[in-house]
Design a protein around this ligand. Structure first.
Ligand code: HEM
Length: 444
C-alpha cells in the first residue's frame, strides 16, 4: 500500500487506549484458555463430573460470550475514547473505571452463565442481574463519551462542523445500543428463520454482513486521514453499499428457504467487497506498523466472504448445518478476520512505539497459522459429520486424531495471545506515575 506513513501519529498509546488493549487481551487469554479446556473435555468427557454443575455446555457459553463482549468489544472502547477525546486531558482518568466496570459486567455475566442462567439465545445469553448490569455499564461509557465530546474546545482543528455532526449521530446511535441489547436478550423476541435449516435467512445474513461492511467503511474516518480528498474507490464503495442496503430492504424479513435463487444470488452480492475493501483502505493513510495485520485482515476477509457464500448454497448448507463446519466458519469470522481487524486498529490507535507488542513474528504466525489449521481440521470433521452425525459423538480414531490436532492449534493460539498480553502489561501508559509524551501534550 502506497500510503503507509503517517507522521502525525502519536508515538505512544494514551492511558485510555493502553487500558482498552490490556483489558481486551486479558479476555482473549481467558477465552482461549477456556477454548483449550473445552477442547480437552471433548476428548476426555470423563472429566466432566469433576466440574460439578459447571460442565462443558456452560463453559462453552462463557467461552463464546467473553470472546465477543471481551476480546472483540473492548478494543472498540479504545476507539471510542480516541474519537470522542475521552483519552486526553482531565477525562482520561475516567477511562480506567469504565474499563473495569465493563470487565466487571463480564465477570458477573460469566458467573450467571456458569450458574445456569441464560436467555438461551446465542450471543445474547444475558439474563437476570447481568442483563441489567451490562447495559448500565454501556450507559456509563456513553456518559463519559458525551461529556468528553461536549467539553471539547470549539477551536480544535480536528473539530469541523461535519465531524461534530457525525460524532453527534454516533452518540445518538450508541445511546440505543444498551436498550437494544436488553430487549434482544428476551427469549420472546426472534428474527426471521430459514424453514429448511432453522438458521438465519439470506436477507438476515446480508443485513448483518452489511453491518460489518458499514463498520469497515466508517472506522478509517475515526482513526486516520484520507490520502486525497477524492477517491473513486471511496465513492464506489458507498454507492455499492447503498445499493445492497436497498436489496436488503427489497428481500424483506420473512421466513424463507435458502433453496430460492433470489436468496443465494442476493448473498453473492457481498463478493464485490473482496476487492473493494482493500481498495477503500488504500485511500487512507495508515501507520507503517499496521501493515502485517492489515494484510492478514484482507486475506481473512476474502476467505470469510467466499466461504460464507459457498456454505449457504443449496446442497452445501443442507449437509453442513449444525456441524463442525459452522464452528470453523465462526472461527474464520472472529478469530481470523475480526481479530486481525482489531489488532490492526489497536496498532493504529497505539502508535509506532507500542506497535511491537503485536508485531513479533513468532506470535503473528502462531496465531494466524493456528487459526487456519483449526479451520481446516474442524471443517474436515464437520464435512464427515454432515454425512454421518455419529462421527463427532462416538469416539473413533479419525475423530480423536482431528480433535487432538484441533487442541494443538488452540494451544498455539493461546501461546500467541499470552505473548501479546505479557508484552502489553509493560506498556508505559499503564504505569500511573509515568508521564508519556503524546503529540506535545503530557498525559499522566
Ligand atoms: C479469538 C479466539 C476464539 C474465538 C473468537 C472463538 C469462538 C468460538 C465460537 C464462536 C464458537 C462456537 C461455534 C459455533 O457453535 O458455531 C467456538 C466453539 C469452540 N471453540 Fe472457540 N474461539 C476461540 C478460540 C478457541 C481456542 C484457542 C480453542 C482451543 C482449541 C477453542 C475451542 C473451541 C471448542 C472446542 C469449541 C466447541 C466446538 C463444538 O461445539 O464442537 N476456541 N469458539
Amino acid at each position: 500500500m502506497s500510503a503507509d506513513r503517517q507522521p502525525s501519529m502519536p508515538q505512544h498509546a494514551t492511558p485510555g487506549v493502553a487500558g482498552a488493549v490490556w483489558h481486551s487481551l486479558v479476555w482473549l487469554v481467558l477465552g482461549n484458555t477456556m477454548g483449550v479446556m473445552i477442547a480437552i473435555l471433548l476428548l476426555l468427557p470423563g472429566l466432566n463430573p469433576w466440574l460439578g454443575e459447571w460442565t462443558y455446555g456452560r463453559w462453552m457459553m462463557v467461552h463464546m460470550n467473553i470472546a465477543l463482549y471481551g476480546w472483540c468489544s473492548l478494543p472498540m472502547l479504545g476507539f471510542l475514547f480516541k474519537v470522542y477525546g475521552a483519552d486526553r486531558g482531565s477525562f482520561s482518568n475516567w477511562c480506567r473505571p469504565v474499563l473495569w466496570l465493563w470487565s466487571g459486567a463480564l465477570v458477573a455475566g460469566s458467573i450467571s452463565w456458569l450458574s445456569g442462567q441464560s436467555s438461551g439465545k446465542l450471543f445474547l445469553d444475558w439474563s437476570g442481574f447481568a442483563r441489567v448490569f451490562f447495559p448500565v455499564v454501556m450507559e456509563a461509557l456513553w456518559l463519559l463519551l458525551i461529556v468528553a465530546f461536549i467539553s471539547k474546545p470549539q477551536g480544535d482543528p480536528d473539530s469541523t462542523l461535519v465531524t461534530r455532526i457525525a460524532k453527534m449521530v454516533g452518540l445518538i446511535i450508541l445511546a440505543a445500543v444498551p436498550l437494544a441489547i436488553y430487549f434482544a436478550s428476551s427469549s420472546s423476541v426472534y428474527p426471521a428463520l430459514n424453514p429448511d435449516t432453522g438458521g438465519p435467512t439470506a436477507a438476515s445474513q446480508l443485513e448483518s454482513s452489511l453491518g460489518v461492511v458499514l463498520i469497515l467503511l466508517i472506522l478509517p474516518f475515526g482513526i486516520t486521514r484520507r490520502t486525497q480528498s477524492l477517491s473513486k474507490a471511496v465513492t464506489l464503495s458507498w454507492i455499492v453499499f447503498l445499493a445492497e442496503a436497498g436489496l436488503c430492504v427489497a428481500l424483506g424479513r420473512t421466513d424463507v428457504s435458502h433453496h430460492r435463487p433470489a436468496q443465494y444470488l442476493s448473498l453473492a452480492s457481498l463478493l464485490v467487497w473482496i476487492p473493494l475493501i482493500p481498495a477503500y483502505c488504500a485511500a487512507f493513510r495508515w501507520h507503517a506498523a499496521t501493515r502485517g495485520w492489515r494484510i492478514a485482515m484482507f486475506w481473512w476477509w476474502g476467505g470469510l466472504v467466499v466461504s460464507g457464500w459457498v456454505l449457504f448454497l443449496p446442497g452445501v448448507l443442507d449437509r453442513i448445518k449444525f456441524t463442525d463446519v459452522l464452528v470453523g466458519h465462526s472461527i474464520v469470522a472472529v478469530a481470523g478476520f475480526l481479530t486481525a481487524l482489531l489488532i490492526f486498529v489497536m496498532i493504529q490507535l497505539m502508535g509506532e512505539e507500542d506497535a511491537w507488542i503485536f508485531n513479533r513474528r513468532w506470535s503473528f504466525h502462531a496465531w494466524n497459522l493456528g487459526v487456519l489449521a483449526y479451520v481446516v481440521i474442524i471443517s474436515i470433521a464437520g464435512w464427515i459429520e454432515g454425512a454421518n452425525p455419529a462421527f463427532t459423538i462416538v469416539p473413533g480414531p479419525a475423530r480423536e486424531f482431528l480433535y487432538i490436532v484441533r487442541l494443538l492449534t488452540g494451544v498455539a493460539m493461546l501461546a500467541g495471545s499470552l505473548e501479546w498480553l505479557t508484552a502489553a502489561s509493560s506498556l508505559p501508559a499503564l504505569e500511573r506515575h509515568v508521564e508519556v509524551e503524546l503529540q506535545g501534550v503530557n498525559v499522566a
